[in-house]
Design a binder for this molecule. Structure first.
Ligand code: NAP
Length: 338
């Protein structure tokens, strides 16, 4: 196990913000992960698991404990009838995985092309985009239970997957994802319900897997900040899910606002970006270098040199204004580390 001290974390995140880690450990295997946890335990220091750094905002003062970077790799394929089970290390790049399975003609996660971060992060945050959610194809997750140091296999149905949440966000710090298994179909199953994809494939009944991946990558490129120019962690907030009754009240007040029913929760998803844009008129609004992105107001973009405090202050402004205008309490999707 390799331990470093006072490691700057900003460059390990897509926001490009944050101070150093007191200790930093690369865990390339289960043994190294266990050693890292023992190291933190012996010093009675808090630990925090970092994947691809694409969904975190790190405090300007950094993190005074142990950052464990999960770098467990490997992708295995097991053919099983009409699907292939793909078993993948938590440290693999999510988009690298998608690219590889698309090459192998395996269906089920192609709309999740271009999502930054690692497979472990994808499981924890139950990533979703363009009508696909990773929990639709996930079979099981292998985790290290940090409370008893035991490796456990958690089946999909036990993962408490919800909208951008899971048992791993509910019970943060208890489980560390080591590997995940996805059942990907050999049969073509294009998911084109989102308007951007419908438009792209309006004239094509059976688009290929590769063409769907390329379309998603192209659409995303046009909608999200260029990370070479500025920092971002994608959507900073979750779209709120409200009751049918609350949705009806909002529909009366804002008849043009799209709403999406969520059969799995009986709730209704409200596109927060629309509210920020059309109700608060804050699209493009900036405070101290942090800005509500012009092409999607749910996203916070940060100029180089912006502080974590500035991002948090902007997020608070949005939260307070949405609550006072619409009575909706919004939540962060991004994890704040301090
Ligand atoms: P959009 O198409 O402008 O739509 C705004 C919101 O409405 C989306 O957040 C989406 O919710 C929801 N929506 C749109 N069409 C829907 C449908 N047919 N059924 C159910 N919900 C629908 O959104 P966008 O900003 O361009 O994003 C497109 C997709 O990429 C979304 O799925 C988004 O979540 C995903 N994405 C996420 C991130 C991130 O950082 N988390 C970054 C980039 C893209 P959902 O978000 O629930 O899909």
């Amino acid at each position: 196990m390799h331990i470093e001290e006072h490691v700057p974390l900003a460059t390990l995140t897509t926001f490009g913000i944050g101070g150093p880690a007191r200790y930093f450990i690369w865990a390339t295997s289960l043994d190294e992960l266990r050693e890292g946890l023992r190291f933190a335990d012996e010093r009675q220091l808090p630990f925090f698991v970092l994947g691809g750094g694409s969904n975190v905002l790190i405090d300007d003062r950094g993190f005074g404990g142990v950052v464990i970077h999960i770098a467990i790799e490997g992708i295995q394929y097991e053919v099983a009838g009409s699907h292939t089970t793909v078993i993948v290390g938590a440290g693999e790049s999510w988009d690298g995985l998608v690219s590889e399975v698309v090459d192998k003609e395996l269906w089920g996660i192609e709309n999740l092309s271009g999502v930054p971060g690692t497979v472990g992060g994808a499981v924890v945050g139950n990533i979703g985009a363009y009508g696909q959610v990773q929990s639709q194809t996930l079979q099981w997750v292998e985790v290290l239970n940090t409370k008893n140091n035991v490796i456990e296999c958690i089946e999909n149905t036990q993962c408490q997957f919800g909208y951008r949440e899971s048992i791993f966000t509910h019970d943060a710090g208890t489980y560390i994802v080591v590997r995940a298994a996805y059942a990907l179909s050999h049969e073509a199953k294009p998911e084109l319900s989102y308007a951007d994809l419908q438009k792209t494939f309006a004239d094509q009944a059976n688009p290929s897997l590769l063409s769907i991946r390329e379309a998603v990558l192209h659409i995303r490129e046009g909608k999200f900040p260029d990370l070479l120019q500025e920092g971002s962690a994608g959507s900073f907030f979750k779209n709120p899910i409200v009751s049918k009754e609350e949705a009806a009240v909002l529909r009366e007040r804002y008849p043009d606002m799209p709403q999406f029913s969520m059969p799995e929760t009986a709730g209704v998803k409200i596109p927060l970006g629309w509210l920020i844009d059309h109700v608060l008129h804050l699209k493009g609004y900036s405070e101290d270098g942090a800005r509500l992105f012009e092409k999607q107001a749910l996203v916070i973009a940060a100029k180089r040199g912006t502080s974590a405090n500035a991002v948090r202050a902007l997020a608070n402004t949005v939260r307070e204004k949405i609550f006072s205008a619409c009575g909706i309490a919004i939540e962060h999707e991004v994890k704040i580390i301090s």
